[in-house]
Design a protein around this ligand. Structure first.
Ligand code: ROI
Length: 173
């Protein structure tokens, strides 16, 4: 029997509650332990101003590149189970503060329209907090339609996203 060949996927990580940097470290550990997932590399951590309505604490954001034999929905299930384990509360209201967000950004060169999943992530090209860590991992990365991502990052360069200095999270709100 042939084994499924691994696909390269990119995940965006974000947290702005309950020690966000520790939440991201914990999620990286969980991803490393997940059957069917091989972590290739993780970006630096970035501090970013919350995008969206209301007054929220700053976020910590990062991205990872992985190889996976899971299907897109299998990978989504794995990501959601890690979010749930880390206390993510799924409510009715979008864009509220959260302990952990794991977004499937890209899955090989596939475009996916499913009731639970859209790939590429529909808002990734507008968000410096996604693009900065992602392009740190893969500076010449392109969308499945061939569009380069770097010009999108240049277009949102005014967004407040900066490298998080090591050890600076002890006093996080
Ligand atoms: N804002 C930032 N800076 N980082 C995020 O990860 C993030 N995630 C979200 C919303 C609420 C859109 N804002 C964010 O889901």
């Amino acid at each position: 029997m042939n084994l499924p060949s691994p696909v390269t996927a990119y995940i965006g990580l974000g947290s702005n509650l309950q020690n966000p940097a520790a939440q991201l470290e914990c999620a990286l550990q969980a991803l490393r332990k997940q059957p069917g997932i091989l972590m290739v590399k993780a970006s630096s951590f970035y501090r970013s101003k919350a995008v969206g309505p209301g007054d929220q604490p700053d976020y910590v954001n990062a991205a990872v590149q992985l190889e996976t034999t899971l299907s897109p929905i299998g990978l989504l299930d794995a990501l959601q189970s890690i979010e749930n384990t880390q206390g993510r509360v799924r409510g009715e209201i979008r864009w509220v503060a959260r302990t952990l967000d794991l977004d499937l950004l890209l899955y090989g060169d596939q475009t996916i329209q499913h009731s639970r999943l859209q790939v590429p992530h529909p808002r990734m090209t507008e968000r410096a907090f996604v693009l900065k860590p992602l392009l740190e991992l893969a500076p010449t990365l392109r969308l499945p339609d061939g569009q380069a991502l770097k010009p999108h990052l240049d277009a949102c360069a005014g967004d407040d996203v900066s490298l998080l200095p090591n050890g600076s999270t002890d006093t996080w709100p």
